[in-house]
Design a protein around this ligand. Structure first.
Ligand SMILES: *Cc1c(COP(=O)(O)O)cnc(C)c1O
Length: 448
């Protein structure tokens, strides 16, 4: 079996940046034309180089260019592209069976992922997990379960939040364009409160929490809220780390008022911040924790994990879906958990934070348009401003991302105003590659 896998997999990809054509290259441009005829413009691509292979922190395109991947498919390939253990586990499962439907005839992989999530999410209470296919679907299910459990309908979310692209989650997002423009009518009973954004509001955690709570008490009232959904570190919003004490105060208010506290850890979870879940950095024990992106090494899988008594509120048959907890995805996920342990990836996230923050802070000294360097673990961002102000500088972000791509570095943008560059590489990336990528970012700022 192992031999078969070794001969089937692609030859090793050297972990180095190498640009051999214009970006995008001629083959990518040709494929892009074919795509334009058959794929709608609503599905856009940040960097239209078409991928041939990927391994570790390197993506190879069909023109033979090699990119350092600082995005990991938006924090999905956290253990690295085509991690050997993940590929082996998924390949073996592919040969055994690809689908039966857990709600028809179940299998162990689903149960094992639920056990691993119970073990690694915060808190030692009894926990249960439902597995689904996407982050948005996890958010949808968390809201369903919280409503059933509380008998209430209101859903509270925060400014700058991002929760997905389905009808309910569009209504939960802060940013309308491009996510929801023209796609209404939207789901009702969603209440959006101010968040903690220290770089902009300068508030202490206690003051920011008092503001959030006062807003919700006034505009909806605690008694009508089923849940409060928060990203402990906002993803698309721009990796804001809330002021100290903010999230615990919100959780306490939820507990005191019978509101289900939901941590959307779809981007921040699965080791990304140097803890299994970012909630741990804030001493949170959420009632429900949402996982997706990094959970299965790139295979589609997501989960809602929570207090057993809340999760059991949904009636038999009320949760599930055809592909939810697919056996190949659960096999990959079990391998991801194994790799986080055996490769010591939580410590790697902390190393990456140090390397990125040291490099980016040095750039901030040289380039005053870098307003703030922030984040935890391998979830680091810089916010670009008009020097000396808090005014967003989105144009500079676009120029830098474009320059970086042309020089072999994939870097993602974020932020409500598009003025954040976020770095969320795989935890397998070496310091050598990070330093090389940082030198490209330095050149990009110099070229502005
Ligand atoms: C990506 C993301 C989602 C949506 O996940 P999909 O798998 O794209 O549906 C929800 N919440 C957060 C925090 C995310 O980063």
């Amino acid at each position: 079996m192992t031999d078969t896998i070794a001969t089937q997999s692609s030859p090793a990809i050297p972990q180095e940046r190498r640009i051999v054509t214009a970006i995008p290259g001629p083959q990518s441009q040709a494929l892009h034309q074919r795509r334009a005829a058959v794929v709608p413009v609503g599905v856009s691509s940040v960097l239209p180089v078409y991928v041939a292979r990927a391994h570790g922190a390197i993506v190879v395109d069909i023109d033979g260019n090699q990119f350092i991947d600082l995005g990991a498919g938006i924090g999905v390939t956290t253990v690295g592209h085509t991690d050997d253990a993940v590929v082996a586990a998924a390949s073996a499962q592919l040969a055994d069976f690809t689908h039966t439907l857990f709600t028809v005839t179940p299998y162990e992989g689903y149960v094992r992922v639920a056990e691993l999530l119970a073990e690694h999410t915060p808190g030692d209470h009894a926990k249960k997990t439902v597995l689904v296919n996407s982050g948005a679907e996890a958010v949808e299910n968390a809201v369903k379960i919280a409503r059933k459990y509380t008998g209430r309908s209101g859903v509270a979310v925060l400014e700058h939040a991002y929760h997905g692209r389905t009808n309910l989650t569009m209504a939960m997002n802060f940013k309308a364009a491009p996510y929801s423009t023209g796609f209404g009518p939207f789901a009702g009973d969603i209440y959006r409160a101010p968040n903690s954004y220290p770089f902009h509001d300068g508030l202490s955690g206690a003051d920011a929490a008092a503001r959030t709570i006062a807003y919700l008490e006034k505009t909806v009232g605690a008694a009508d809220l089923a849940c409060l959904v928060v990203e402990p570190i906002q993803g698309e919003g721009g990796f804001q780390v809330p002021a100290e004490g903010y999230l615990p105060a919100l959780q306490q208010w939820c507990t005191d008022n019978g509101i289900v506290f939901v941590a959307d850890e779809i981007q921040s979870g699965m080791g990304r911040t140097g803890a299994y879940f970012a909630s741990e950095h804030f001493s949170l024990v959420p009632d429900l924790v949402l996982s997706a992106k990094g959970i299965a090494g790139g295979l589609p899988l997501a989960g809602v994990t929570g207090r057993a008594e809340i999760m059991d509120a949904a009636q038999p048959g009320g949760l599930g879906g055809t592909f939810g907890g697919n056996p190949v995805a659960t096999a990959a996920s079990i391998a991801v958990f194994g790799q986080i342990e055996s490769l010591g990836l939580l410590a790697e996230a902390t190393r990456i934070e140090k390397t990125l923050k040291t490099g980016l802070t040095a750039l901030q000294v040289k380039y005053p348009i870098i307003g703030e360097v922030r984040g935890i673990g391998a979830m680091v961002a810089i916010e670009l401003v008009e020097p000396g102000t808090l005014l967003p500088n989105a144009a500079a972000v676009t120029s830098i991302a474009t320059f970086a791509a042309q020089h072999g570095v994939i870097v993602l943008t974020a932020g409500t105003y598009g003025n954040v560059l976020r770095f969320l590489p795989s935890l397998a990336i070496t310091d050598e590659l990070l330093h090389d990528a940082l030198s490209v970012i330095d050149d990009a700022f110099a070229a502005l």
